[in-house]
Ligand binder design. Structure first.
Ligand SMILES: Nc1nc2c(c(=O)[nH]1)N[C@H]1C(S)=C(S)[C@@H](COP(=O)(O)O)O[C@H]1N2
Ligand SMILES: [Mo]
Length: 320
């Protein structure tokens, strides 16, 4: 996935681990105090200590896998979030500064009711569920993650797309002041992703606010991301600021970076290899490191029953 190795992140920009962990502990203490005092009494906690807060009223979902869930520690320390650096450990160390309140998501383009949602209003829009999904990265690793969110279709119905809405574009935050990776030309910022309208409306497509029952940590895409479980992980954009309905197929960050390697569809497909490696198998993170036995990658990441009919008659080798 990596195009250019970014060895030139200034060491001073990377928070030393002890400082980072110290801050986490401080924030955790604040959270406890906030619980005792009542959250409103501490505006600082509300503004800065979102990560770790419980998401109330989570319902179980019929879409969840019963597979063993990847430990929280692995999910939140082995990340791809290039705005915060290109090493897997970078986002956990550098995303702590990201300010996730106040935060707005503007929903615009070919819709009858465009609207800018404050994040807390957006969270109330649908029935929040826990959805345990497999996530398969194009690099050949996978995890099982208990997300918290609701179907993106709940939001789409609210804004009423017009007949011109054929695609949905997801634009994510690109703030050089907060994101060391954005100060380098790793990708064409902002990180943009997209789905066809029927894919966006598929009930599996999750507007995601949390994991393991708590608000998303910053490195996982706080305060809101999309999760599209039958596609390679890079389709699941983090820290969304804009959702735009378009007539034309969006130009995505990865296809702009390398169109021959990263297509618009990017459905998980063990029979269509990446030009530089096989996609037939995957390594489950948290299972015995690099020596763990690989497992077979499933067509549509195992979600074929819910999604295969959307691609009936399409040549998935051409539309990769
Ligand atoms: N904004 C943004 N979103 C992103 C990425 C990124 O670099 N920037 N990486 C993608 C990739 S390649 C993957 S595999 C998933 C990883 O999600 P996770 O770190 O929560 O497992 O996020 C995706 N979303
Ligand atoms: Mo990925």
């Amino acid at each position: 996935m990596l195009i250019k190795k970014s060895a030139d992140i200034l060491p001073s920009e990377i928070t030393p681990r002890r400082v980072y962990e110290g801050r986490r502990e401080f924030v955790r203490q604040l959270g406890r105090i906030a619980l005792l005092a009542g959250a409103q009494a501490l505006p600082f906690a509300a503004a800065h200590a979102q990560s770790g807060q419980k998401i109330p009223g989570l319902k179980k979902s019929a879409f969840s896998t019963t597979e063993k869930q990847t430990p929280y520690k692995d999910i939140t320390t082995y990340n791809n979030y290039y705005e915060f650096g290109t090493d897997k450990a970078d986002p956990a160390q550098t995303a702590g500064k990201l300010k996730t309140r106040p935060w707005t998501v503007s929903v615009e383009g070919a819709v009858a009711k465009p609207r800018t949602y404050g994040i807390d209003d957006l969270m109330k829009l649908g029935a929040m569920e826990e959805r345990v999904y497999r996530l398969r990265c194009v690099e050949g690793w996978s995890m099982v993650i208990p997300w918290a969110g609701f179907s993106l279709s709940d939001l789409i119905k609210e804004v009423q797309p017009t007949g011109n809405a054929k695609f949905v574009e997801f634009v994510t935050l690109a703030d050089p002041a907060q994101m060391p990776g954005v100060r380098q030309q790793i990708l064409h910022w902002p990180y943009v992703e997209g789905l066809r309208m029927d894919e966006a409306m598929n009930p599996l497509t999750l507007l995601t606010f949390g994991l393991y029952g708590e608000v998303l940590p910053n490195q996982s895409g706080a305060p809101v991301r999309v999760v599209v479980p039958w596609k390679y992980g890079f389709k699941s954009g983090k820290s969304l600021v804009k959702i735009r309905f378009t007539e034309q197929m969006p130009k995505t960050a990865w296809s702009l970076a390398n169109a021959s390697e990263y297509g618009f569809y990017s459905n998980v497909n063990p029979k269509v290899d990446h030009p530089r490696w096989s996609q037939a198998t995957e390594r489950r993170i948290g299972e015995g490191g690099i020596f763990a036995q690989k497992r077979a990658t499933l067509m549509f990441n195992g979600y074929g029953d819910q999604v295969a009919q959307m691609y009936a008659g399409m040549d998935l080798r051409r539309n990769f």
